[in-house]
Write a protein that binds this ligand. Structure first.
Ligand SMILES: C[S@@+](CC[C@H](N)C(=O)[O-])C[C@H]1O[C@@H](n2cnc3c(N)ncnc32)[C@H](O)[C@@H]1O
Length: 213
């Protein structure tokens, strides 16, 4: 797709109509990467600020080891480093998005070409004190079961901060996956912000989980 077709909210809308096929998602973000920061800024995207502040409330120790899963161009990492967090890694499916995260200077390590559903093949279990995944649990991107993958990479007692767009939450089995993890004693919900600001196209929910087992 050319630049003039992927611009501003058209791109944000188009991102929601990907069907979750990693190849399509990768190709889409390869094209959008260079305009992503401008487009999201002009859409009043609040995910990085709200999620980083939630992390700080629950994990104020800035020496903890963090993973930004689906880091994109690094907007979350930039917020985290502003709050004093120094040990932040990231990964993304799109190499172009990951390259911008590297260029942001906010991360210790960034890996591109990583599909979240297969992330456990690239990271040791229980590596991270906290994981954030913002703007990724959204229509056409990852299935709710990706939560289970991210849990594997989190240490017991660690925290996950996840955003879900409201239409993703409404149209997917996200709540069932959360209910199963709660019933199995694997997580507890530390905080849930429902219908909180996300961007000028709609609201989102922000979930803070603690890994129990
Ligand atoms: C809307 S952007 C959000 C980026 C960043 N977290 C932010 O808040 O600006 C969604 C990102 O998720 C990535 N993504 C989508 N599906 C993925 C998958 N299966 N595995 C890893 N990353 C994925 C895309 O490449 C893109 O960079």
């Amino acid at each position: 797709m050319s630049d003039d077709r992927i611009s501003k909210n058209d791109a944000i809308d188009a991102a929601l109509h990907l069907d979750g096929d990693p190849e399509k998602v990768r190709a889409f973000y390869q094209d959008w990467a260079k305009n992503y920061n401008i487009d999201t800024t002009s859409s009043d995207y609040t995910g990085p600020v709200i999620s980083s502040n939630l992390l700080q409330q629950h994990q104020p120790d800035t020496s903890i080891r963090l993973l930004d899963a689906g880091c994109g161009t690094g907007l979350v990492g930039i917020e985290l480093i502003t709050l004093g967090y120094m040990e932040v890694d990231g990964f993304d499916l799109s190499e172009s998005m990951a390259q911008q995260a590297i260029d942001s200077g906010a991360y210790q390590q960034v890996l591109g070409e990583i599909d979240m559903m297969r992330a456990a093949e690239h990271y040791a279990a229980s590596t991270y004190d906290a994981i954030l995944s913002i703007g990724v649990f959204t229509l056409g991107h990852v299935p709710p079961e990706a939560l289970e993958v991210l849990l594997q990479l989190t240490r017991v007692g660690g925290v996950l901060v996840i955003s879900t767009r409201t239409h993703y939450y409404d149209d997917s089995n996200y709540q069932q996956v959360v209910d199963r993890l709660l019933a199995n004693g694997q997580i507890e919900i530390l905080q849930l912000l429902k219908n909180a600001p996300y961007n000028n196209d709609g609201d989102g929910h922000y979930w803070v989980f603690k890994k129990l087992s």
